[in-house]
Design a protein around this ligand. Sequence first.
Ligand code: DQA
Length: 150
Amino acid sequence: MSARPRVEVMHGVNLDQLGRRDPALYGTLTLAELERRIEREAGELNLAARFFQSNHEGAFVERLHALREDADAVVLNPGAWTHYAWAIRDALEIAALPAVEVHLSNIQTREPWRRVSVIADLCLASISGHGADGYGEALLMLRDELGDPS
Ligand code: DQA
C-alpha cells in the first residue's frame, strides 16, 4: 500500500481560543478536541492529517511556503484573516495544492465584512456554517480529489 496522502489542517488567528469563544457561533470544542476529531476522521478516510495554528500572519505565510514539500493538500480556516489578508492569499497560491476553506460559523449570514473571502477562488470549496462537521466534509472532498492510494 502506498503512503497515505498528507493533509495539512491550518488554523489562523484566534482559533486557539475555541472553547472560550461564543459557542452559538463556534461550538464548544477546544482546538485540541477539534483536532483530535479531525485526526480520527482523516484516519477513517486513509488520510494523514497534520495540524498548524498561529496568531502571527507571517508564521502562517511561512508554513504555507513550506507546504509544497510537506503536504499533498490543505484544509484552512484562517479566521479573520480570511476577509482581508492578501499575503495569505498569495502564499496559498504559491503553495499550489488542492485546498478547501472551512469556517465553523456561517460567514455569509453574519456581518457584511465577513462575507468576503480573499482565498475562496483558490479553493475547491468553501464550507461555512457546518461547525466541526465542515472539516470532515473538507477531508472527504480532498480524498476524492487526491484519490485513495490503497
Ligand atoms: C471563522 C469566521 C471568521 O469570520 C472569524 O473571524 C473567525 C472564525 C469561523 O470559523 O467561523 O475567527 O473563520
